[in-house]
Design a protein around this ligand. Structure first.
Ligand SMILES: C[S@@+](CC[C@H](N)C(=O)[O-])C[C@H]1O[C@@H](n2cnc3c(N)ncnc32)[C@H](O)[C@@H]1O
Length: 194
């Protein structure tokens, strides 16, 4: 369940724009999964790498609003997209719990100083492992790490997958896709332990 008519209107506008402009986004099935993880874990600080124009960020923020007092720091390398996402967050009424940062996520994350209990990786595949290494000193014991596109992008993030699968409890969750060029993809959920 997604809350409020104005929130739903903005979410729908963002989803339609992503589809029309071929801006990649997680899409409804994966968003539902992400929401369920956040509602269960009730994180206080979520980090997202790869904001685009805010589709997944809207879902994360709405789940945080429902589950407690958490906030989201989301990082996007493309300045225009970051600005558009920020506007969408304010229009949807969740701007006050989201901090949009611009730059290369692996670099920006080195300047996050709070403890992190949920990390969502959805930027360039080769950046997943560097992002994890940058934020690792801030990850709480038991933090949840979700990496998108581990089915279609496995070879581009082989370093990341090898690392999390050999160090932590890690599992792929598969989804059917309605994309013309891919029918299935997965998200990898990893439980970080110190
Ligand atoms: C798949 S899209 C993100 C989709 C978004 N999470 C959603 O579901 O709405 C990937 C985004 O990552 C951004 N990106 C690529 N490399 C990046 C990097 N090194 N640091 C931060 N953002 C990056 C791209 O500009 C793009 O907007």
């Amino acid at each position: 369940m997604v809350s409020g008519p104005e929130f739903r209107r903005v979410l729908k506008t963002v989803e339609d724009r992503c589809r029309k402009q071929s801006i990649y986004m997680v899409g409804p099935e994966k968003a539902r999964f992400l929401r369920s993880l956040i509602l269960r874990a009730k994180p206080r600080c979520v980090i997202e790498c790869g904001t685009a124009i805010g589709y997944s960020g809207l879902h994360i923020a709405d789940s945080l609003r429902r589950s407690g007092e958490g906030r989201l720091i989301t990082v996007e390398i493309n300045h225009e997209r970051a600005m558009e996402a920020e506007q969408n967050f304010y229009k949807a009424g969740v701007g006050n719990i989201i901090d949009v940062r611009t730059g290369d996520a692996a670099v920006v994350l080195k300047e996050v100083y709070e403890a992190v209990d949920f990390l969502f990786l959805d930027n360039s595949y080769s950046n997943y492992h560097p992002c994890l290494l940058s934020i690792m000193p801030r990850l709480k014991d038991g933090a949840i790490i979700v990496a998108d596109n581990v089915g279609i992008g496995a070879s581009g993030m082989a370093d990341y997958l090898t690392y999390v699968r050999s160090h932590f409890e890690s599992r792929s969750h598969w989804f059917e896709l309605d994309l013309p060029w891919a029918s299935r993809d997965a998200m990898e959920v990893t439980i970080y332990t110190t």
